[in-house]
Design a protein around this ligand. Structure first.
Ligand code: C5P
Length: 223
């Protein structure tokens, strides 16, 4: 039989947006669709991996034979990411995590006042992928970077800063790709490699990415 690229591997993938509560009925979030992360989960499954998808709220179906842990906030996504991490071989952070959350969550619905300006106080969320990459017995760790210019240079900087093994960088200033669309075009950046993958459907791109990521992972495992 054929040995698949990720046979016997355990893969964690974060996907979708996070929701940061303001009060019982309101939150801060973003337009991430989760499509790239879900496509990567299906592609990793097809490559033979045991896949755990750690997903913020999205409206797409969980792929068959993929375990999904549903979360809302960045803190919950971090907790779920650290759970059983010692058994994880490959961690892919495709989620659009909110950078900040409200300092406190109001116990009751915030009332409209007479003032025209309202101030919100926010505090920085933990960096999930950087925390994973700095953990003991870390898995091979892959992040995403959405940039509008100098894509490769910023990706290399992020790679070093977050101590990642690979970064999937995309130029979000290009129309019709990336955030919330069906297609994407990316550059896969490693410590000493840069590879461009041209625009295509996220399902197709996910397969190409999983193949290349598996190659890098298997190379590293040999050394
Ligand atoms: O720093 P920046 O948000 O551009 O980094 C993007 C990468 O970091 C993505 O892989 C994203 O999933 C991850 N990230 C994270 N936790 C955060 C912020 C970003 O895991 N709090």
């Amino acid at each position: 039989f054929e040995t698949l690229a990720l046979s016997g591997r355990t893969v964690y993938i974060t996907a979708g947006p996070t929701r940061e509560a303001l009060d019982p009925v309101r939150y801060i979030s973003n337009h991430s669709s989760g499509k790239m992360g879900y496509a990567l989960a299906a592609a990793a499954r097809d490559a033979g991996a045991r896949v755990r998808l750690i997903s913020g709220p999205v409206s797409i179906a969980v792929p068959d034979r993929v375990q999904c842990v549903q979360v809302e906030s960045a803190q919950q996504m971090l907790d779920a990411s650290l759970e059983g991490l010692a058994d994880c071989d490959l961690f892919i952070a495709a989620a659009a995590v909110a950078d900040y959350r409200p300092v406190s969550v109001a116990e009751h619905k915030i009332k409209k006042g007479s003032e025209e300006i309202m101030e919100l106080h926010l505090v920085k969320n933990p960096d999930i992928v950087a925390t994973v990459a700095s953990s003991k017995n870390r898995p091979f760790t892959v992040g995403f970077a959405a940039e509008t210019r100098d894509v490769v240079a910023y990706a290399q900087d992020k790679l070093a800063r977050k101590r990642l093994d690979l970064i999937v960088a995309n130029d979000v200033s290009a129309p019709g790709i990336g955030f919330n669309s069906d297609e994407n075009a990316v550059t896969l950046v490693g410590p000493d490699s840069v590879e461009s993958l041209p625009q295509t459907h996220k399902q197709q791109l996910a397969r190409q990415l999983i193949n290349r990521i598996a190659r890098h992972l298997n190379e590293q495992a040999k050394t």
